[in-house]
Ligand binder design. Structure first.
Ligand SMILES: NC(=O)c1ccc[n+]([C@@H]2O[C@H](COP(=O)([O-])OP(=O)(O)OC[C@H]3O[C@@H](n4cnc5c(N)ncnc54)[C@H](O)[C@@H]3O)[C@@H](O)[C@H]2O)c1
Length: 401
């Protein structure tokens, strides 16, 4: 079977290599330089090895393209494109719309279309299906299903194979064909009664994380005000064998999912007249953590950061990945610069970012650890500045949350 995967980023490339073991996969991406890089066998995603990609290319089971013509004969299409927020922080489906146009204008046969992009309940039924039908150049009737992606890039223990996968079709036939497809490379499939349940479950999973992170971030501030260790308190609470799940504080949340997906849920809730106060507040608490961190650093350093050289250690949104989307480091740096600090950052996993390059891990007045990659030596962080503030809980013997 020929499968097209629209979007070759974290989700699309990951699913492409798993599916490529069983099917002929055509990775469609509208970024021509990425397409060229993938066809040369170089992966840009943690967790997808270039060797694996080269093997699939050699077997004829993977190729990348930015030409719609190349997907005209496929039998199954997966959508894996970004679903960001607009400038006014509303769900922005422009990439989904463009993917629907690519499918409608090019796919000749009646196929199964599966959406893996994260979006609000009703997206498959009320948006994707009508959009593809509107753009279609052919007398086709496609089947439609949703199977939200749960991949956590850089994670070793859970992957496409052993992470249970939710799915639901708009029709029983769509559900059945979706099950047949994923069961080739996924151990556990969980069918739900409607696409809306699957879409909502994905948003709720990430909202659960966002709210719990906000709670622990607020608690870090309470613990500091009370003069007790947040980490010791959390470890103590975590000795309860049931009814508690440990989250740890941070300078904020980053990545494409947790800062974004809950806002999709809040937007659809409010559109339907339901409250989303908790979700909105959690988002604010997490966004405000960067200011709290910089306030603490400022107080510890004589009340002013004017002219001080500050090194932000780790700008990726989480350890061991190069992904800087929505990273908390960006807000930390913004607050520091607004207060007159001379800011550089160290992150050799990221390398270059916003036109700047990773600075040496030494010689600053102040170091603030936002993300601790495994490859960065703890002792080198401690030695990088006379004052170090750790937001990760991983550096011993320094100030921190
Ligand atoms: N990254 C994750 O960990 C993760 C996990 C679960 C779900 N998701 C969801 O999956 C979706 C994709 O996220 P991602 O992290 O893979 O994004 P990404 O930014 O890594 O990749 C998206 C890719 O799509 C391409 N693209 C954009 N518009 C296109 C179009 N019209 N046609 C073809 N290609 C197009 C981009 O060039 C890019 O390569 C989002 O809805 C996201 O919320 C992401």
């Amino acid at each position: 079977m020929k499968v097209a995967v629209i979007g070759q980023g974290y989700v699309g490339l990951t699913i492409s290599v798993f599916a490529g073991e069983f099917f002929e996969v055509i990775g469609f991406d509208n970024n021509p330089s990425l397409v060229a890089q993938l066809n040369e066998g170089f992966s840009h995603i943690e967790g997808v090895e270039s060797d694996q990609l080269r093997k699939l290319i050699k077997q004829g089971n993977y190729s990348a393209t930015n030409s719609g013509y190349d997907i005209s004969e496929v039998e199954l299409v997966i959508i894996a494109v970004p679903t960001p927020l607009s400038k006014d922080r509303q769900p922005d489906l422009k990439y989904i719309d463009a993917a629907c146009r690519t499918i409608g204008e090019n796919v000749k046969n009646s196929v199964l279309v599966i959406n893996e992009s994260t979006s609000f309940p009703g997206t498959l039924r009320n948006y994707i299906k009508p959009a593809i039908e509107k753009y279609s150049n052919f007398p086709t009737e496609h089947l439609y299903a949703i199977s939200p992606e749960r991949v956590d890039p850089g994670r070793g223990d859970y992957n496409q194979k052993n992470t249970p996968r939710l799915y639901a079709g708009l029709t029983a036939e769509a559900s059945q064909r979706t099950k047949e497809f994923y069961s080739r490379f996924c151990d556990e499939l969980v069918e739900v009664s409607s696409p809306e349940v699957a879409e909502a479950a994905k948003l709720f999973e990430n909202t659960f994380r966002q709210v719990n992170i906000a709670l622990v971030n607020e608690f870090a501030q309470i613990a500091n005000a009370l003069g007790i260790s947040v980490y010791e308190t959390l470890d103590a609470a975590n000795t309860k064998p049931y009814g508690f799940m440990k989250f740890t504080p941070s300078a904020g949340v980053g990545g494409h999912c947790i800062p974004v997906d809950p806002t999709y849920l809040a937007a659809v809730a409010e559109e339907h007249g339901a409250p989303a106060t908790f979700i909105r507040r959690a988002n604010d608490v997490n966004l405000e953590m960067s200011k709290y961190v910089v306030d603490r650093v400022q107080v510890d350093n004589g009340g002013s950061l004017q002219g001080k050289s500050v090194l932000v250690v780790g700008v990726a949104y989480k350890p061991n990945v190069a992904d800087v989307r929505e990273t908390a480091a960006e807000l930390v740096i913004e607050h520091l610069r607004n207060r007159g600090a001379v800011v550089s950052w160290h992150d050799e996993v990221v390398g270059t970012w916003n036109g700047e390059s990773s600075a040496p891990l030494s010689g600053a007045d102040i170091a603030i650890v936002v993300t601790k990659h495994d490859s960065v030596d703890e002792k080198a962080i401690v030695a990088s500045a006379p004052y170090v503030f750790d937001t990760t809980g991983k550096i011993k013997g320094v100030k921190g949350l």
